[in-house]
Design a protein around this ligand. Structure first.
Ligand code: SAM
Length: 228
């Protein structure tokens, strides 16, 4: 029976593509990618010439029909996102749901994920956490920040370089004394991670914490204080 493989790809460092991910990408008959152009950089060095379809083409629908047609005719399909684990804050989940609904089997090929990588280096207790995805940037933004104080567990969220400065300021206003882990450019050349209170983080200079690149922010569980 044909399979849909949901394959994690690197979030920066190409060496983080697992051997099994490379093997699976080589063996499938069709690859569905969130960003076919950026996937070329991953697939070309592996010599993979397999057909790559976009998960979602602007103005068109999700590539559900071609995926279901391929599976039905016995072809294995791989789903990849622009970076990291498909379906975690990217559109891959829609394809997975449709494939499941049609009765096909789905297998995961695990690997990089920005939230989990940041969680693992934060030093915060992570027995329980809430993942909020991207901070809302218009509607719901104020409600989002107001809701954080009542959450006792760690809270993980993603932020873009365009809004990171504003978000750090808002966190300092709402939760000045709560500890925050900022993980920037994970696995890349300018990787940086630090832990300080929200007020201290917002006061860091551009040299100490450039507001550029990709960010994961993790609020520590309430009451957490780093031990000396
Ligand atoms: N599916 C991806 C995953 O498994 O991590 C996440 C996709 S989401 C559209 C992209 C966001 O993840 C970025 O805006 C950033 O917040 C975070 N991110 C991705 N790569 C990162 C990296 N190398 N360092 C820090 N954050 C990263």
């Amino acid at each position: 029976m044909a399979l849909l493989y949901v394959i994690a790809t690197p979030i920066g460092n190409r060496a983080d593509l697992s051997a099994r991910a490379a093997e699976t990408l080589t063996s499938v008959d069709l690859i569905v990618s969130e960003k076919p152009l950026s996937s070329k950089k991953l697939l070309d060095p592996l010599g993979i010439k397999t057909r790559v379809l976009p998960v979602f083409a602007p103005g068109k629908r999700f590539a559900i029909n071609p995926v279901l047609a391929a599976l039905k005719s016995g072809e294995d399909v791989a789903l990849i996102s622009e970076a990291g684990t498909p379906g975690i804050n990217d559109p891959g989940g829609v394809i997975v749901a449709a494939v499941r609904a049609a009765g096909h089997e789905v297998r995961g090929v695990p690997g990089a994920n920005a939230a989990v990588t940041a969680a693992s280096i934060s030093g915060f207790p992570m027995d329980e956490f809430i993942f909020k995805g991207f901070v809302p940037h218009k509607k719901g933004r104020e409600t989002f920040f107001n809701s954080l104080a009542a959450i006792e567990s760690a809270v993980i969220f993603y932020e873009s370089p365009h809004r990171i400065a504003k978000t750090l300021t808002a966190l300092a206003e709402h939760l000045p004394n709560r500890y925050l882990c900022v993980a920037r450019e994970l696995t890349k050349l300018h990787e940086q991670s630090l832990v300080a209170t929200c007020r201290e983080v917002a006061a860091l200079t551009e040299t100490e914490l450039p507001r550029r690149g990709e960010f994961v922010l993790i609020l520590a569980p309430s009451g957490f204080v780093p031990q000396d």
